[in-house]
Design a protein around this ligand. Structure first.
Ligand code: DC
Length: 430
């Protein structure tokens, strides 16, 4: 299972708008479960069935095939091959959906479809019973509310914007009626999960609500991250000594500057991801980081016998261009034991100083270890006197849940690589 964020709450509380934006910012898939109930409501309504009658609706289920598709990141609902994404938004279908959603067989019918989405993707799923029934193990559960009056106001604006004639009183009545239906039905009534945060959006605009949700996600996901560890202290002592000597030696041929030191976490274990410029990079980056790092190094390096000495400094080989399971395993092992792990995501040194494409290894490891990523930008310049000048800039730690992939699909991998790449890019002088 990947990361699931469950947003439940009454209709009109702003869930779908908030969920969509939160999903976009996190690069997760947004699943609007109300659309599924609406599709079944639409099917029954078109056939002139009583949408709150189990005896009329249940026999229809065997004729219904529902699929969720994503086109440019937008969810489309396909009912027996027909894209009904717009048709299900009609006001009469909202009522039909409320009716069919009270039927236990309907809920059962939609269960697997919803759970499969959470198996496959990192998701933000909005609905009524996501945190209680569909995904009781969701990492983050938020119950979003707003007063009925505020919700009626918002709905009224939406209808007016679409040119639909409807009065405030009518909407308020409909909202109260739907709230009552949704929270008093026997099957999966609308109810806050015990472990859900409650967020009242009555006095929040969309931006405010999105920030509040992202804040809760951050807090919860950080709490779920493995506790920060450190490499064994004996090694750390030896390492500090070596680091000090290394810095002295490094400074002989070049000027070195470190920036963004406040961004370096004091305790491990996380991934350090710098761009790669000079042979000095591994040392130049590590000298300011308190925890010891292991280094993922391309295997060619170890063809030179003398360089096996790097193993003392926890360098280990990776075969590039393959998914090198053994290198991934070694990486996870180091992180597990409290070491940091330095991976140069470009996989090799840049000859011209330009930032190269990032490989997926860093994303694999971060995903499997739930490890945060410290982006580092290295810029090589010349001082006025022609001396080499290396600027090492540390960026803000990227929390693991922002780069963690679930399906390992190429688009997911690219999204996560790009997050790290863009951070590193922002730390380099052009
Ligand atoms: O969120 P919405 O307005 O699109 O939902 C339509 C109806 O479906 C609503 O009356 C409640 C019901 N519903 C549900 O019972 N469970 C869900 N997970 C989502 C929606």
């Amino acid at each position: 299972m990947g990361i699931s964020i469950a947003l439940d709450g009454p209709s009109g509380a702003g869930k779908s708008t908030i969920a969509k934006e939160v999903a976009r910012r996190l690069g997760y898939v947004y699943v609007d479960t109300g659309a599924l109930y609406r599709s079944i409501g639409l099917y029954a309504y078109r056939l002139g069935k009583k949408t709150n009658g189990a005896s009329e609706v249940v026999p229809l289920l065997s004729d219904i095939k529902l699929e969720l598709k994503y086109i440019d990141g937008t969810q489309r609902v396909i009912l027996n091959g027909e894209d009904v994404s717009e048709a299900i938004r009609a006001p009469e279908i909202a009522m039909a959906a409320s009716g069919v959603s009270a039927i236990p067989e309907v809920r059962e019918f939609l269960l697997d479809l919803q759970r499969n989405m959470a198996e496959k993707y990192n998701i933000v799923m909005d609905g009524r019973d996501i945190g209680t029934v569909i995904l009781p193990n969701a990492q983050v559960k938020i119950f979003i509310t707003a007063s009925a009056e505020e919700r009626a106001n918002r709905r009224l604006k939406e209808h007016l914007a679409k040119g639909q004639e409807i009065s405030y009183e009518e909407i308020l009545k409909e909202i109260n009626e739907r709230d009552y239906n949704d929270s008093h039905r026997a099957a999966a009534p609308l109810k806050k999960a015990d472990d859900a945060y409650e967020l009242d959006t009555s006095n929040l605009d969309i931006d405010g609500a999105v920030s509040a949700v992202l804040g809760i996600v951050d807090e919860k996901m950080n709490a779920l991250r493995p506790a920060p560890k450190m490499a064994p202290p004996v090694n750390r002592f030896f390492y500090r000594l070596v680091r000090w000597i290394a810095l002295l030696i490094l400074r002989i041929p070049m000027k070195i500057e470190h920036e963004g030191l406040e961004n370096i976490p004091k305790t491990g274990s996380y991934i350090v991801a710098p761009n790669h410029h000079t042979l000095m990079d591994p040392v130049a980056v590590s000298v300011k980081i308190p925890n010891i790092s292991a280094y993922m190094v391309k295997d060619d390096v170890f063809k030179v016998k003398i360089l096996h000495i790097l193993k003392i400094f926890h360098a280990f080989p990776v075969k590039r261009g393959t998914s090198d399971r053994s290198a991934i395993k070694t990486s996870l092992d180091y992180l597990e034991r409290g070491y940091n792990l330095t991976i140069f995501p470009e996989g090799t040194r840049s000859k011209d100083g330009k930032l190269g494409a990032f490989k997926s290894g860093v994303v694999f490891v971060a995903s499997e270890a739930n490890a945060d990523v410290l982006p580092v930008g290295i810029t090589l310049k010349r001082t006025r006197l022609g001396r080499k000048h290396l600027i090492v800039r540390y960026g803000k730690l990227i929390p693991y849940y922002k780069v963690k992939v679930n399906s390992m699909s190429s688009s997911e991998l690219k999204h996560s690589r790009d997050i790290i790449l863009n951070e590193v890019k922002g730390l380099i002088d052009e």
